[in-house]
Design a protein around this ligand. Sequence first.
Ligand SMILES: Nc1ncnc2c1ncn2[C@@H]1O[C@H](COP(=O)(O)OP(=O)(O)O)[C@@H](O)[C@H]1O
Ligand SMILES: [Mg+2]
Length: 163
Amino acid sequence: MENHSPTIDSSHEPSPLLNFVCATLADIKEVAGRMVNFVAAGQRCFALYGDVGAGKTTFTKYFIQHLNPDTVDVTSPTFSLVQIYKMSNGLPDLWHADCYRLKSQNEIEELGLEDAFSSSIVIIEWPNIIEKFLPRNTVKIYITTRPDNTRNIKIAAPAMEFL
Ligand SMILES: Nc1ncnc2c1ncn2[C@@H]1O[C@H](COP(=O)(O)OP(=O)(O)O)[C@@H](O)[C@H]1O
Ligand SMILES: [Mg+2]
């Protein structure tokens, strides 16, 4: 896996940006594993940006499995909007949200997402509609598919020293 040294992308300043090129699912798994360091450092909210099929759910599956190896399957909570997973190691529950079908910001309240931000680990696919509700220190993960079908993963976080 190519691991480019951190680069600053002006559109996302002041967060530093780290860029990974992932040729295989194993590479995705490795990058998702690095997110565990963020959790260990107290980061609780992760937002995943990317088109349909980019690999947001795949990334989330590996992330959850790294945190709790007993987790068997992770699928997109497209209809339920939220799926809650028990964690091991005394970590709080993890909420996996998919806001693709979220119609209005009012639904965020109904889902209890705002409370989850303060009490749980939260990872969100299609976070755009709730962008302004995201905690300020949210770790933002941008996945794009390159022409050769490999994936580009960019990570923007308030602090990168945990990775
Ligand atoms: N290098 C790769 N990285 C991520 N996904 C890949 C890769 N190569 C193939 N895929 C496949 O692409 C699909 C991504 O789907 P999914 O994770 O559901 O995307 P999303 O949640 O962004 O819509 C999966 O079927 C996965 O196996
Ligand atoms: Mg998905």
